[in-house]
Design a protein around this ligand. Sequence first.
Ligand SMILES: *Cc1c(COP(=O)(O)O)cnc(C)c1O
Length: 342
Amino acid sequence: MNKVLDLRSDTVTRPTNAMREHMMRAKVGDDVFSDDPSVNALEAFAADYFGKESALFLVSGTQSNLCALLAHCQRGEEYIVGQNAHTYRYEGGGAAVLGSIQPQPLEHAADGTIPLEKIEGAIKPKDSHFARTKLICLENTIGGKVISQEYINQVYEIAQRHQLGFHLDGARLMNASVSQTISAKEIAAPFDSVSICLSKGLGAPVGSLLVGSKPLISDARRWRKMLGGGTRQAGFLAAAGHYALENYVDRLKDDHENAAYLAAELGKVFNEKEGGISVLGQHTNMVFLGIEEDLGEKLKLFLEEKNILIYVRGAGLRLVLHLDIEKQDLDYIVDNFTTFLL
Ligand SMILES: *Cc1c(COP(=O)(O)O)cnc(C)c1O
């Protein structure tokens, strides 16, 4: 196979020809002067699409989450967050480094939620010993898992009762939306701010959105500038993100179906061969495999020669489906896993 099947992440997608043409035609201006028509159009579209007053286009999800944290919390304040959440674990400690904001990480339950009593128990009393609890952060999807609206509403109730802000890292919010057939607006409704990645399964090359109230987004815009994220003719990138939201949301269900197919077929192979690999689960566009530690590197190198790329981390690996992997590619992937185990 000449085509490279890159299953490492849904960030590896390349802009389609249609998207590239759309980018090329984009009208642009200087976005630091709010003069870029394509950025302005995307921000207006996103505010409406996610049901918030205002939206901000940023270069990455990390920058978007950081601007949100900085807008919600001052020095010496804290946010409650999951131990495995991107906003705690995978963003270089940015909130602590740049905002003197303290994270309060909590263990997740197996379904990716944080037990309600743990959240409530972590909220600090108003006392000079403690950092001031200011914000609760959730992530949806988390490790591919969809967090239910019922749970989100229960956490919202806690946030309301304690007058805390409520932020969603919705890097893959659209996967959660499509898999439950509920609108992005409905998922976003209880939150004060929501961050969405346009560069994951949606296929845009660069870009994230932060949505929320006008004052919050206005603060976030100032933080973005301070972080070096004020960009000039960003409309080419905004046009790509806009195109992605208008054209590539519905097809995320193909990724979910492809992931389910791959999990089922690989499950059969692994059961039969008993070769030290197993399917641990499948959630939205991700398939999770368990693998004997010494096999991981061998498997990676074997598949690499067949133009299949995987990302191995210890005894686990994750296959991520996206825009550039089609249904007809799946059997080739299964066949090569089978050959490896022969
Ligand atoms: C990818 C991701 C981010 C950050 O996005 P970048 O654009 O890579 O900075 C944030 N949160 C979650 C859940 C993600 O998966």
